[in-house]
Write a protein that binds this ligand. Structure first.
Ligand SMILES: *Cc1c(COP(=O)(O)O)cnc(C)c1O
Length: 331
């Protein structure tokens, strides 16, 4: 099997959202606290980085390069990890305007990352080239850089979340029941992709369902299908067929309709929901990913989409530092 490094605090616990479940009169909702993978690492990206770092060190890497939005949780987790390991981290961050020194961006600085800010249009069209330019500069300085893709979302990153299926199966044994569905926000794809891979690899009976928090479901179905095809190439012994029916875009379940105003933008209804969960459950969601996805899940439960499910597990993928720059939140 593939090797990984061990950085995250695992396994993350599973808790019941008792008051939310009761008020919806639907299935019981549980939450898996991947926001508690570690304060500095907090969130889902560190599970993927455990696999990518094994490859990076295998290639002799002594510098990390990655990219994302200005408030990227992934970039912050990478910056924290680099500081922990004593490896310089270079971030290419997307933002047109001079950013405020808050939230994840502030933490990137605290962790000592070298930051290059580029425009949204450069990010969209020239990102790959800019990442490679930066890598070449470092190579010329005698370094061995390792490029981590946006969100650590490649085939290798998937294994961080196929492992989560194994972790859930263990936890189901001690809980004495199983979940009918595992629900997660999807942003760059490999968290949902990894869960689907895990479902296939470990014969997990529960449904895997994503809520997209940017773009649209179709875009993610295609992206995730490609990530999964790449993921199976890493499995030596009897890998699932790259054309497994679960890996076909049409069979990747993503519920659309909860992007709201767009990536990273909040509406009053989403903020109210986030506040409601904070007050009724004592749990902080983040405005960009988990707030929208759990809001979507509750709306779908009200519509009856989950009438056949008894228990649902929502994965809290982190992002709490996104609450610290609430500058554009309708409070
Ligand atoms: C990145 C991220 C996601 C989305 O995970 P992907 O694997 O990129 O789809 C969800 N929640 C939080 C808090 C994130 O930072």
């Amino acid at each position: 099997m593939l090797n990984k490094r061990s950085y995250a605090t695992l396994p993350t616990k599973i808790e019941k959202l008792g008051r939310l479940s009761k008020s919806l009169k639907g299935p019981e909702i549980y939450i898996k606290r991947d926001d508690q993978t570690g304060i500095e690492f907090s969130g889902n990206k560190i599970r993927k980085l455990e696999y990518l770092m094994e490859e990076a060190f295998g290639k002799g890497a002594d510098a990390l390069i990655t990219c994302g939005a200005i408030q990227s949780n992934h970039c912050r987790a990478t910056a924290a990890l680099g500081a922990k390991l004593g490896i310089p981290v270079y971030l290419i961050l997307k933002e047109n305007r001079e950013p405020e020194m808050i939230g994840n961006y502030l933490l990137d600085h605290l962790f000592g990352a070298t930051i290059k800010r580029i425009s949204e249009s450069d990010y969209q069209h020239r990102r790959k080239e800019l990442l490679e330019d930066l890598a070449n500069q470092l190579i010329n300085q005698g370094k061995t850089p390792y490029i981590i893709p946006e969100g650590a979302s490649n085939g290798l990153g998937c294994f961080g979340y196929s492992d989560v299926i194994k972790e859930i199966q263990e936890q189901e044994k001690s809980l004495g029941f199983s979940f009918d569905a595992v629900v997660v926000p999807t942003g760059s794809g490999s968290t949902l992709g990894g869960l689907i891979l895990g479902k296939v690899m470990y014969d997990y009976p529960g449904e895997i369902i994503g809520f997209n928090i940017a773009a649209d479901a179709k875009t993610f179905q295609h992206r995730i299908s490609l990530i999964l095809k790449e993921a199976v190439t890493y499995i030596d012994s009897t890998p699932p067929d790259a054309h497994h029916p679960r890996f076909v875009p049409e069979n990747i379940t993503i519920i659309d309709g909860y992007v709201g105003e767009g990536y990273g933008k909040s509406r009053a209804v989403e903020w109210d929901f986030l506040q409601h969960i904070a007050r009724s459950e004592g749990i902080l969601l983040d405005p960009v990913y988990t707030g929208k996805a759990l809001y979507g899940l509750t709306e779908e439960i009200k519509k009856g989409t989950f009438n056949n499910a008894q228990r649902i597990l929502f994965i809290h993928t982190g992002g709490v530092f996104g609450l610290i720059p609430p500058s554009d939140l309708p409070r």
